[in-house]
Design a protein around this ligand. Structure first.
Ligand code: HEM
Length: 227
C-alpha cells in the first residue's frame, strides 16, 4: 500500500479515526430511531426523518462522507487483517490466544463481517428505497399514497412487522455489541491516548457497546409488537 497509509501505525490510526466517526454516527442514528418509540405515533420521528432526508447539507455533504466512512472502515479492516496474518509468520510475533488477548479482540474480523452482512440487508431494507424515491423518482415530499402525513414511521413499522427480519437484526445488534466492546478501547489505544482519563474512557466504551445495541433491540421489538 502506497502513500500516506504505507506505515502500520498510520493504517491503525486511520482505522481508529473512521471507527470513532462511525460511533458518532451510530449515536445520532440511535437517538433519532429512539424517537420512533415515543408515545406520539411517530410524529417526532417523522419530523426529524423528513428534515434529515431533505436537508441539502446532510444529503449532499454529510451522507456521502458517511458512506465513504463505512466503506473505508470495512476495506481497511480487511487490509489490517491480511497484514496481521502475514505478521504471524514473523518470529517476533507473539499471540498466545486466550493467554494474552480476549475472544472479542481476536475475532474482530468475524464480528465485522457479520455487521457488513447486516449493513447490506439494512441498506436493501431502508437506504436503497430512500435513494430510489428521492434521487431516481425525484419524490422529495416524504409522503406516500394511502398514508396520512409523512411515510417514514409507517415504513419502519411495516419492515419490523416480520419476525425473521427482527431476529436477523437482533443477531446483527449482538455482533455489533461484541465488535464495539473491543473496538472502542482499541481505537483509543491506536490513537495513542494514554492518560488519566484512559480508565474512564474504557468504562464509557463498555457502556456504549452495551447500551446502544440493547437500545436498538428494544426499538426493533417495540415495532414488531406494535405493528
Ligand atoms: C432498530 C435499529 C435500526 C433502525 C430502525 C434503523 C433505521 C434506518 C433507516 C430508516 C434508515 C434510512 C435513513 C434514510 O436515509 O432516510 C437507515 C439508514 C442507515 N442505517 Fe440504520 N437503523 C437501525 C440500526 C442500524 C445499525 C445498528 C447500523 C450500523 C451498524 C445502521 C446503519 C445505517 C446506515 C449506515 C444508514 C445509511 C445512512 C443514513 O441514511 O443515515 N443502522 N437506518
Amino acid at each position: 500500500m502506497s502513500g500516506i497509509l504505507s506505515s502500520s501505525l498510520a493504517r491503525k490510526f486511520a482505522m481508529a479515526i473512521s471507527a470513532l466517526f462511525l460511533m458518532v454516527f451510530l449515536l445520532q442514528h440511535f437517538v433519532i430511531n429512539l424517537t420512533s418509540i415515543f408515545p406520539n405515533n411517530g410524529s417526532t420521528f417523522n419530523g426529524i426523518s423528513h428534515f434529515m432526508g431533505t436537508n441539502p447539507l446532510i444529503q449532499y455533504l454529510i451522507q456521502p462522507i458517511l458512506i465513504f466512512g463505512v466503506v473505508f472502515h470495512f476495506v481497511m479492516g480487511f487490509v489490517l487483517e491480511i497484514k496481521n496474518k502475514k505478521a504471524q509468520g514473523v518470529k517476533y510475533y507473539k499471540n498466545n490466544g486466550a493467554a494474552n488477548s480476549t475472544w472479542m479482540s481476536r475475532n474482530m474480523i468475524y464480528s465485522g463481517l457479520f455487521i457488513l452482512i447486516f449493513i447490506i440487508i439494512h441498506f436493501v431494507d431502508f437506504w436503497f428505497p430512500e435513494i430510489n424515491t428521492k434521487f431516481i423518482q425525484g419524490d422529495w415530499t416524504g409522503t406516500h399514497k394511502g398514508i396520512e402525513g409523512y411515510r417514514y414511521y409507517h415504513e419502519l413499522q411495516e419492515k419490523f412487522s416480520e419476525l425473521w427480519r427482527v431476529l436477523l437484526y437482533i443477531i446483527g445488534f449482538v455482533f455489533l455489541s461484541l465488535h464495539l466492546l473491543h473496538g472502542f478501547s482499541s481505537a483509543f489505544q491506536s490513537m495513542g491516548a494514554n492518560n488519566k482519563y484512559t480508565k474512564s474512557m474504557k468504562t464509557f466504551g463498555k457502556l456504549y457497546a452495551i447500551i446502544i445495541p440493547v437500545g436498538f433491540v428494544i426499538i426493533a421489538l417495540f415495532h414488531y409488537f406494535n405493528s
